[in-house]
Design a protein around this ligand. Structure first.
Ligand SMILES: [Zn+2]
Length: 104
């Protein structure tokens, strides 16, 4: 079984797992909390990992993750912004500053 993804931040690993589940891509999480190695590894040392059931799923899994990361970037772009000219806060859908009409 091929390793697909790992991260010391458990929530990210489960986020990826959830994405793959949603896309019906068979995968499992390993190392989720100090599995085995009693007293030797802290949970931080043993980062959880997402494994694909079969290597042939990798292109689809990678595509799904890439799409997800692209969505996240798009969402980040959608946040409120501060005018460089007058430092007023503007809503994400404003293309120009409501206060001084400087473009974003
Ligand atoms: Zn302004």
């Amino acid at each position: 079984m091929p390793l697909f993804y790992y991260d010391a931040q458990v929530f990210k690993v489960y986020q990826i797992k959830q994405l793959l589940d949603d896309a019906k891509i068979p995968c499992v999480v390993k190392n989720d909390f100090a599995q085995g190695a009693i007293g030797e590894l802290s949970p931080i040392d043993s980062a959880p990992e997402v494994w694909l059931v079969d290597e042939s799923w990798r292109p689809r899994a990678q595509q799904r993750v890439d799409d997800f990361l692209a969505e996240q970037v798009a969402l980040a772009d959608d946040e409120d912004w501060q005018c460089a000219q007058c430092h007023e806060d503007n809503e994400a859908n404003f293309g120009i500053c409501w206060s001084c009409q400087t473009t974003r």
